[in-house]
Design a protein around this ligand. Structure first.
Ligand SMILES: N[C@@H](CCC(=O)N[C@@H](CS)C(=O)NCC(=O)O)C(=O)O
Length: 200
């Protein structure tokens, strides 16, 4: 696939999309969007009505939502080997969606002081913060990567959530999270992406 363009901001989830692009090894173009008016412009909102980055345009196809961008690129660039094998698909999908839904919500809720009551936990997708953290920590205690032993696009997404949350205390310094962060941060594509986007 050629004709890849990423709309991003260096202090945004666009860093995850850039890391994924670097993992594919494909050439891509970047347009850095300033926060505020540019994201609200009619032209940008035609790409993403949410007025948010990142947005990937791939040969005319528009992909929003960072997890979707990771999954899309994994499929669009099969030679990179980042899409799941049939036997890895269940864990790949399960934890990718877990990170985009319950995990992100639990971290945001904690950050902004929302602790669901016992009654609310039945309706709230993440239930409660501790259960969410324990679920992921348990998986990463037993597995080096989301699908087991092999790095996939799910690790770009899940790993980014873990790394970002660890950086501001959104997740506890559980040994499984720290070891996972160390494994991922050693990847050449992660380092290249971090150099291109600069410090958070
Ligand atoms: N669910 C979206 C969230 C995107 C998002 O919230 N982006 C933030 C930066 S990390 C943004 O563009 N904020 C600017 C704004 O809302 O004005 C995703 O996963 O891509």
């Amino acid at each position: 696939m050629t004709g890849l363009k990423l709309y991003t901001h260096p202090k945004s989830r666009g860093r995850i999309a850039r890391w994924m692009l670097e993992e594919t090894g494909r050439p891509y173009e970047t347009e850095v969007m300033d926060y505020g008016a540019p994201l609200q412009s009619a032209a940008f909102r035609a790409l993403n009505p949410m007025g948010k980055v990142p947005v990937l345009v791939a040969e005319g196809q528009v992909v929003t939502e960072t997890a979707a961008i990771c999954a899309f690129l994994a499929e669009a660039c099969p030679e990179a080997g980042l899409a799941p094998l049939p036997s890895e698909r269940a864990n790949y999908l399960r934890w990718m969606f877990f990170a985009a839904g319950p995990l992100e919500q639990a971290i945001s809720a904690r950050m902004f002081g929302f602790e669901p009551s016992a009654e609310q936990r039945r309706s709230v997708g993440f239930g409660d913060y501790d259960s969410t953290v324990i679920a992921l920590a348990g998986w990463l205690t037993d597995h080096d990567h989301v699908t087991g032993v092999r790095f996939t696009a799910a690790d770009v997404y899940v790993g980014s959530q873990v790394m970002f949350a660890l950086s501001f205390g959104g997740l506890p310094a559980h040994p499984a999270f720290l070891a996972y962060r160390e494994r991922l941060a050693a990847r050449p594509a992660f380092r290249r992406a971090s150099e291109l986007d600069g410090p958070m």
